[in-house]
Design a protein around this ligand. Structure first.
Ligand code: NDP
Ligand code: MG
Length: 395
């Protein structure tokens, strides 16, 4: 029986993971399920899957979790310490599906206890790619990509030599506003940005898809995960979201990964790796689809893509600063304190300010340094938005 834990079990990726596990209940022993505010869902799933422990990230949610689990035999726990402790519990496979930089530490701890880490939390790679990969190597663990594009690249690279890779093309749907004018985008509301044309995902990643910050994180993730140099990583708008990524080899051949937009493919691939098992995803009927289209990804329209290149070139802790500033700007957009296009302006201002601090970005990628830069970038983002309030005022 495979022992597994799911971090971020109540979210979109977490629920898709549970869907797969629940179909083959006897094959798995569930160690820990974690969530945040959605205590009811967490308790329901923990009881149904007979988890050893259910953890909410928030201390304030502890009484509700305890009440929901009363008499079930599932242990209840709460807080950051409990999350990390849950990651220390031996498991063969751990799903990292917390949203944001908060997912980094539990993922590192899971690798330290030797688990295979199924990584949906791309922020871990953006903030601390070298640390994540070194931790996996040091403990004989493996990181398995769950982001659909990276799962696609991973699959296309199977049996290939990395030095034969000429380029990697990460596709982007273009998100909610791909056909909007820049003037319309400037007035976009959080509700409009949180609707995705093809994928059903959490609110934050859906808004990041519209701004292309999601794609920016994914370009950096590609660089960190596979060690591909930035100049070889491209992106193209592919509105149908059927090709998830392509790998181009030096003989001119392009290997594409094609499938319906359903995260259970990438999750299932990581769950059963290195085997390929049957998965409950819809099969593509190419004749019915008829055509697939592509267009260039415009960096005027989506400055996040340009910023991602700067971050990859800078290396070090630039990714941690970028991600934290983005998280803060996204909070402000969701709270209607800044406009949609202001998010990239805030992130760029933070990167410019922090890169002037001597040695800050070049420091070694350790958990402490990542935390330090993460904190500084958030404080700087708040200061930028506060100082330039009028500039960022939402209309
Ligand atoms: P959701 O917002 O749907 O879920 C996030 C999960 O993390 C929930 O369980 C939430 O708990 C929990 N959580 C939120 N904040 C914290 C915190 N501070 N500490 C601990 N737990 C927390 O996100 P998604 O499932 O969409 O995304 C999860 C990760 O996977 C992200 O990194 C995203 O970029 C990545 N990803 C997602 C894809 C998708 O299809 N959704 C595709 C590719 C990558 P609660 O809801 O109970 O408060
Ligand atoms: Mg993706």
């Amino acid at each position: 029986m495979k022992k597994l834990s799911i971090f971020g079990a109540t979210g979109s990726i977490g629920q898709n993971t549970i869907d797969l596990i629940a179909r083959d209940r006897d094959a798995y022993q569930v160690v820990a399920l974690t969530g945040g505010h959605n205590v009811e869902q967490l308790a329901r799933d923990a009881i149904a899957l007979n988890a050893a422990v259910a953890v909410t990230a928030h201390d304030a949610c502890y009484p509700a979790l305890q009440a929901a689990l009363a008499g079930s035999g599932v242990e209840a726990a709460a807080g950051q310490g409990a999350l990390v402790e849950a990651a220390d519990r031996p498991a063969d496979w751990v799903m990292s599906a917390i949203v944001g930089a908060a997912g980094l530490e539990p993922g590192l701890r899971a690798l330290q206890q030797g688990a295979a880490l199924a990584l949906a939390n791309k922020e871990s790679m953006v903030c601390a790619g070298p640390l994540v990969m070194a931790t996996a190597r040091a403990h004989g663990g493996q990181v398995l990509p769950v982001d659909s594009e990276h799962s696609a690249v991973f699959q296309a690279l199977t049996g290939e030599q990395l030095d034969a890779v000429e380029r990697v093309i990460i596709t982007a749907s273009g998100g909610a506003f791909r056909d909007w004018t820049i003037e319309q985008m400037a007035r976009a509301t959080p509700e409009q940005a949180a609707t995705h044309p093809n994928w059903d995902m959490g609110q934050r990643i859906t808004i990041d898809s519209a701004s292309m910050f999601n794609k920016a994180l994914e370009l950096i993730e590609t660089h960190e995960f596979f060690g591909i140099e930035p100049a070889k990583i491209e992106t193209v708008i592919h509105p149908e979201s059927l090709i998830h990524a392509l790998v181009g080899f030096r003989d001119g051949g392009l290997m594409a990964h094609v499938g319906v937009p359903d995260m259970r493919h990438a999750i299932g691939y990581a769950l059963h790796y290195p085997e390929r098992r049957a998965l409950p995803v819809e099969r593509l009927d190419l004749a019915r689809i008829g055509s697939m289209t592509f267009r260039p990804a415009d960096t005027e329209r989506w400055p996040a893509l340009r910023l991602a290149r700067e971050v990859m070139e800078a290396g070090g802790l630039a990714g941690a600063a970028f991600n934290a500033a983005k998280e803060r700007a996204l909070d402000a957009f969701i709270d209607r304190r800044i406009g949609f296009l202001d998010m990239a302006r805030v992130v760029e201002a933070v990167l410019t300010k922090l890169s002037r601090e001597r040695g800050l970005i070049d420091a070694e990628v350790t958990l402490d340094n990542v935390r330090g830069v993460d904190h500084l970038a958030r404080v700087t983002a708040d200061a930028v938005m506060d100082t330039d309030k009028r500039q960022y005022e939402w209309t």
